[in-house]
Design a protein around this ligand. Sequence first.
Ligand code: DC
Length: 212
Amino acid sequence: MIIAIDGPAASGKGTLGKRLAEHFGFAHLDTGLLYRGVARALLDAGLPLEDAASATRAAEALDLAGLDEDRLRGAEMGEAASVVAAFPDVRAALVELQRRFARRPEGAVLDGRDIGTAICPEAEVKIFVTASPEERAARRHRELLRRGEDVAYETVLADIRRRDARDSGRASAPLKAAEDARLLDTTALDIEAAFRAAVSLVENAKATLPAG
Ligand code: DC
């Protein structure tokens, strides 16, 4: 079974994806890490993020096992990832890796922006996680403060709005809910309530699958 979770930056889709995977015993891939890994490779090589050809080569050479999450987290890398993610060739270079992951025999949860629309349109469960920009900024702001990053709420909100605009506005596989995705608005939900809602969406989908 494939669970596709899409949604904008800081919507909570990563946490949800991780918890769903643990709950159902599935493998989990946070696909944002792939784009972050491409951006990191360019920055480490001293290349500009706008260099589409180098970004594509970095995407082709990307090794899932070599991604260092600690170095890829953080608002700056998210912004950089959003830039390289707009190049169609970068996206194309990462398709097969994601589809291979989705075919894991135990089941897979993939979260990102285009999982339900472009990577795994056949996914049995598609969840589009949203929350208002203000709520997402407040959550991200709290997280950054916890990590010792001293940044103003207004800056975080502006970053989120800019990233939403870039991710939704790009021509290649933009952030968009699949037509058959279930919307999960977490603006007024805490993580436990969002998790319970997501589990019941998956349980319902499982109940309608043919046995075997
Ligand atoms: O989910 P995230 O914040 O780690 O993603 C970082 C950026 O990567 C995001 O702004 C857009 C891009 N991305 C994408 O284009 N497609 C995906 N499936 C996942 C992330």
